[in-house]
Ligand binder design. Structure first.
Ligand code: IDP
Ligand code: MG
Length: 137
């Protein structure tokens, strides 16, 4: 049975810089999901390090933090039936080389670090990330 869910989505600095935000938002709405909240903002290093803490021991962590603080992002709360899994499917694989054509990363991303979009990977993390980026709703 499908459940109504909210998930945390972020259009990353590469896509904002390349003016792909509108195309990406269009894809989210086309599959029946709703943008509940949306704001353009710049992230500080501390917030990015917290958000990606599970990757702190990876060799690319420094590049990831630099990239995510390199320019504005557009953060969103997206809702709908099975919104968490639906957004992960719509986004495609983390590495654009593996992301299927027709997915957001498959069509817009060219680099495993600069890969256009973030989406929560499970319902528990969606709640944590919504609170981290938007505060208590
Ligand atoms: P996800 O964004 O698909 O959930 P995660 O494994 O949570 O993937 O990684 C978070 C982010 O870290 C990725 O979206 C990407 O920006 C970056 N990243 C992941 N793996 C690599 C890598 O092997 N090289 C460079 N950057 C990576
Ligand atoms: Mg992840």
């Amino acid at each position: 049975m499908a459940n109504f869910e909210k998930t945390f989505i972020m259009i990353k600095p590469d896509a904002v810089r390349d003016r792909k935000s509108g195309l990406i938002i269009d894809r989210i709405e086309r599959c029946g999901l709703t943008i509940e909240r949306m704001e353009k903002c710049e992230l500080n290093t501390e917030l990015v390090e917290q958000h990606y803490a599970h990757l702190a021991d990876k060799p690319f962590f420094g590049d990831l933090v630099s990239f995510m603080t390199s320019g504005p992002v557009i953060k969103m709360i997206v809702s709908g039936l099975d919104a968490v899994a639906k957004m992960r499917t719509l986004m495609g694989a983390t590495n654009p080389l593996d992301a299927a054509p027709g997915t957001i990363r498959g069509d817009f991303a060219h680099d495993v670090n600069e890969n256009v979009i973030h989406g929560s990977d499970c319902l528990d993390n969606a709640q944590i990330e919504i609170e981290r980026f938007f505060g208590q709703a």
